[in-house]
Design a protein around this ligand. Structure first.
Ligand code: MOS
Length: 744
């Protein structure tokens, strides 16, 4: 099915068995908490694996002038030390503008060039992990280092219009922004910055590879199996069907596992050489440089408005970095294209090539940091106009998407703000900052809107109903901790009238039907629609073989009933079983309608006037994101995103050493993320919504909506508490104190 028309009424709407929306526990929860869900590094299929350990470059730009690997080679248990001198020849990086950038060839150890700090320069394989790690410490690498450039802010003059990189058109313009801004009676012109963000999924990147004849089998931590498969094939210059990628369980992705890395490529190469399985896991510290991060950004927001708060001009410019050899850019300004009305508009992205590790998608690429700027600016404008921040947003509610000039599929921003305001007690907020004091603490309330584009990608599913009445579904789709196994089980159980324990969901194998995996919050919608469509086909087949009019067939309790007839699904399947397939493709609906999830975040903070410490006290997100498949999982996703928002407002910041081009705080002791004590009463609510323009399930992505704007609610609450406006994230104590001092 191609999504060219709104989805008509269907069995998911009917929800006869109540499976859709049910806050079902994760079907894989028990396996996970008992340690029986094998993650890539733990799979038992690999007999007698050897262990690989990466040696990373200690310069950011230059060449390897010499490598002495003798001591490592002689170390106990060492089987292989792979460097550029003996690594198998691989394809060159790229091509850079390949449509699926995660499928590009990624050669390792193929030349002496060093393009970023931490780039792998050797791969040591030994009988045990400890032996490999010890020997890795004996590899001596000498470098001829070149001077590199590592700082976005110092190099803005070198910024260029990005080419490719996964975004839409980098620049857009509607009307005459400059003219309208110049003429506006009220103007805001503010520059915001956000630092480097590290995704740091709990499960490190890991691979175990072995060869079955001329075909390599790789269990690895990947969000996108087809991309990983093509990447390995392109790099090793073998056909994709000679690569099988398996990722049954993935411990978090956040975009950081969209690509694969040296652990995968080098395990595959070393395994071929040694003729035995090779496994490799990155250390937490290695992940900071070997894998992708979110670029820091500089953003300029200009908003012009009438004195009544009607926006007449809105402009969002954003700068980010790309690794010099790559072309990714952070699409920070894209959110401004669809959120508020305004006749004259401009967005612009610029990218600066730097000698840093590779920047790429990190949870809600674009919105996550773009909304920190846009929603801060809206709060500043509201303050300037002396209009309530919610009222300002309502005054600029567009009828059509103001850039695409098409209707929204659904848009409940106003309802989210109203509902959240009521639940949170927004009416208790004092408009003038610094009014609520509790001893040395100043208390404030802030809000921000949330928007995140909704996506649908191609996906296929194959079902097999067995004579035992068990329905098995196969897809290459991954579950990166989001709950894919569970929501697809709910869809199939609902459609077929089977108890969930009669549904077997097999995911995470590139031998299974092709999907677009997990990314961009499109996973549930895309692969879930494929499950739904396959079930429709299976229902038709079963109805036909039972001699029942499909329009009258009812599927319940493992049986099909209709027209006075009844048959068990197990009986109809018989010994041979019945198979069915479903396929979803995006179509016209995402061009005819602007599709986004919306929400509103509310935060209450206390600011210590003596130390500058900020304590988040309460937080609430109210979202509207289409139909909700599983109330508990959706809430968990939203809360997870909001906690990222807490991190981006208050904690997270990777710091580059401008002399050497590395992240100084490259572990979770020094790269701060919110801990339990930083996350007090927090809740997320989804308003009822059904979006028939998105996909047959009428759902939207929920994963990334939670982070898109959440941090700005906290920054706005800090301003409301103490009158200090911090435009450089994160809001650390030093910045609060400086602000308080300059106010005094
Ligand atoms: Mo997402 S940052 O596209 O996994």
């Amino acid at each position: 099915m191609e999504m060219n028309q709104p989805a008509g009424p269907n069995a998911i709407d009917e929800n006869r068995h109540g499976m859709i929306g049910w806050p079902m526990d994760r079907v894989d929860g028990r396996l996970k908490v008992t340690g029986q869900a094998p993650y890539a590094y733990e799979v038992k299929e690999a007999a007698r694996p050897a262990y690989g350990y990466l040696v990373e470059a200690s310069i950011a730009r230059g060449r390897i002038s010499a490598i002495d690997s003798g001591a490592a080679e002689r170390a106990p248990g060492v089987l292989l030390v792979m460097t550029h001198r003996n690594a198998p020849k691989q394809a060159a990086f790229g091509p850079i503008d390949m449509k699926d950038r995660f499928a590009r060839a990624k050669p390792h150890l193929n030349d002496t060039r060093i393009e970023h700090y931490g780039e792998p320069v050797a791969f040591v394989v030994a009988e045990s992990f400890e032996q490999a790690r010890a020997a890795a410490g004996l590899v001596r690498v000498s470098y001829a280092a070149d001077k590199g450039e590592y700082e976005l802010k110092l190099n803005l003059a070198k910024a260029e219009k990005p080419k490719g990189g996964g975004g839409k058109e980098p620049d857009t313009q509607v009307g005459d922004f400059e003219g309208a801004f110049a003429a506006a009676p009220v103007k805001l012109d503010a520059r915001y910055t956000t630092p480097f963000h590290i995704a740091a999924p709990m499960e490190p990147h890991a691979s175990v590879a072995w060869w079955e004849g001329d075909r390599v089998v790789i269990h690895c931590a990947s969000q996108l199996l087809e991309s990983a498969q093509k990447c390995v094939a392109n790099t090793l210059q073998i056909p994709p069907e000679k690569v099988r990628i398996v990722s049954r369980y993935v411990g978090g992705g956040f975009g950081n596992k969209l690509p694969i890395y040296g652990d995968t490529i080098l395990a595959a190469l070393a395994s071929r050489e040694l003729k035995r399985p090779v496994k490799c896991a990155l250390t937490r510290q290695q992940m900071f440089h070997v894998t992708t991060h979110r670029s820091d950004t500089v953003q300029r927001l200009r908003i012009g408005a009438t004195r009544e708060g009607v926006i007449t001009a809105i402009g969002h410019e954003a700068w980010s970095h790309s690794a010099r050899f790559d072309n990714f850019y952070e699409t920070s300004a894209e959110c401004t294209r669809s959120l508020y009305a305004g006749a004259n508009r401009m967005t612009r992205h610029r990218s600066v090539a730097l000698d840093l590790p590779v920047s790429d998608s990190t949870r809600a690429p674009g919105e996550a940091v773009g909304m920190l700027a846009l929603e801060g600016a809206m709060d500043e404008l509201a303050h300037q106009l002396q209009i309530d921040p919610i009222a300002l947003r309502m005054r600029n509610e567009p009828k059509l998407d103001p850039e695409q000039n098409v209707p929204y599929s659904t848009r409940q921003l106003v309802a989210c703000m109203e509902d959240g305001a009521r639940r949170f007690g927004w009416n208790r907020r004092q408009a003038r900052p610094g009014q609520v004091r509790e001893g040395r603490w100043l208390i404030g309330i802030g809000m921000s809107a949330a928007i995140r584009g909704n996506l649908l990608q191609p996906a296929k599913c194959k079902l097999q109903l067995g004579g035992d009445g068990v329905l098995t579904a196969r897809m290459s789709m991954t579950d990166i901790g989001t709950g894919s196994y569970t929501v697809f089980t709910q869809i199939a159980a609902e459609m077929m009238g089977l108890p969930p324990d009669k549904v077997r969901m097999l995911l995470g194998d590139s031998d299974f039907p092709e999907t677009s995996g997990s990314g961009g919050s499109w996973g549930a919608a895309s692969s879930g629609s494929a499950v739904y469509l396959a079930c429709e086909q299976l229902r038709a087949k079963l109805a036909q073989s039972a001699g029942i009019d499909p329009a009258q067939a009812v599927f319940a309790e493992g049986k099909i009933t209709g027209g006075g007839k009844t048959a068990t699904l197990a009986g109809l399947a018989g010994a041979a079983g019945v198979e069915a397939e479903g396929e979803i493709k995006p179509g016209e609906m995402d061009k005819k309608f602007s599709q986004n999830g919306f929400g509103a975040n509310f935060a209450e903070v206390a600011v210590d006037t003596e130390s500058g410490e900020i304590r988040l006290r309460r937080m609430l997100g109210v979202f509207a994101a289409g139909r909700i498949l599983n109330a508990k999982l959706a809430r968990s996703q939203a809360i997870g995103g909001m906690i990222w928002g807490v991190g981006s407002a208050l904690h997270e910041e990777a710091v580059v050493d401008p002399r050497y081009g590395h992240f100084v705080n490259h572990d979770l002791a020094e790269y701060h993320v919110p801990v339990h004590a930083d996350v007090p009463a927090i809740d997320a609510i989804f308003l009822p919504e059904v979006d028939d323009k998105t996909n047959p399930l009428k759902i939207k992505g929920v994963g990334e909506l939670g982070i898109s704007g959440a941090g700005a609610a906290i920054a706005n609450a800090v301003f409301n508490a103490c009158g200090v406006r911090i435009r450089d994230y994160p809001l650390t104590l030093d910045k609060v104190l400086a602000g308080l001092a300059s106010r005094a």
